[in-house]
Design a protein around this ligand. Sequence first.
Ligand code: MLT
Length: 412
Amino acid sequence: MFPKVVQVNENYLKLKAGYLFPEISKRVNLHSQKNFSSELIKLGIGDVTEPLPRSCVDAMQNALVEMSTNKGFRGYGPEQGYLWLREKIAENEFISKGCQIVPEEIFVSDGSKCDSSNILDILGNDNLIAVTDPVYPVYVDSNVMTGRTGFANDNGSYEGLTYIAINEDNNFKPEIPKEKVDIIYLCFPNNPTGATVSKKELKDWVDYANRNNSLIFFDAAYEAFIQDGNIPHSIYEIEGSKNCAIEFRSFSKNAGFTGVRCAYTVIPKNLSGRNSKGEEINIWSLWNRRQSTKFNGVSYIVQRGAEAVYSNQGKKEVEKLINFYMNNASIMRNKLMQAGFKVFGGLNAPYIWIKVPDQMTSWDFFDYLLEKANVVGTPGSGFGLAGEGYFRLSAFNTLTNVNAAMERIINI
Ligand code: MLT
């Protein structure tokens, strides 16, 4: 008899390798130990580099001082977020753009990465799940961790997941599946490819979902980078979407809150699923219940900072940040094209997706760039099998570093 020991969640043992970004850090650290004198430029993880908008900082400072007084002190806030922030989000992100989203449908949180994983808590394990390939790895790993997949095959694809390949042939736009899937993850502007969808293309997805009683998880964390006025910022710009879509939004990339932590998830009040008896169950209520139990809300100080994004000054500052990173993206696109690379993305997204030179794998190119140019990017294969042969460069860095990195790459 074995002594009784704690059992682990064996689904974690199915996970192929370390999460992509820690794996990159590991290789970069090893490289740095050997080459400590050379200066590394990191265009790998999509983490912002510019300081926080002044209006957000002022708002957070004021909130902190408020909390130091008897009158202004606050303890636990509403798990769903303070109504004043939800109202500002509803007005500025949705109502003003013709989307009928009310504050109660907005759940403020500490990140889209957490929300897009935690949402699985309220959905059954037997749903058929579809992801694009390549894909933001969190969608796949969170399904693996919660037992919604089988094991990975030699290619790293998990049994039980439907992969929709996005590649040069389809302009990195996923094709509507022929078969029925229950849950579909869509991310536009796309991480990692930087691709976008038109309203018409998104409408096709919404129609598919409504026809098949499917649910779309729409990750719009990069919507602020859209430059083209015809590209939808929200799935709720599409008719019929309130019956079939949940949207994830974040202050991380527009207002530089990656280290501050504030995001929100939109769940339409009438969105429903079914229980095993076939009875209709309201999804908004389940998420509300989940958040009330497992989450104590985002801090008052941070929510005041997020609210300032919608002040006149805040809007100007955020626009300046977006323009700054998109200027980086444009420089990178031009320089890389001049250097002979096939370049995608970077027009409405802070990610540039390039084809790696012939005969190299994505990880070969990662090592090559690290070794020869001291530049860190992200191997496309880290986002899935169909990402093999591609490489992602992030436009989040200083102008000096972006220019230097491009010179180094060109001059290898
Ligand atoms: C990325 O590099 O893909 C992003 O940093 C991921 C994230 O926002 O979690």
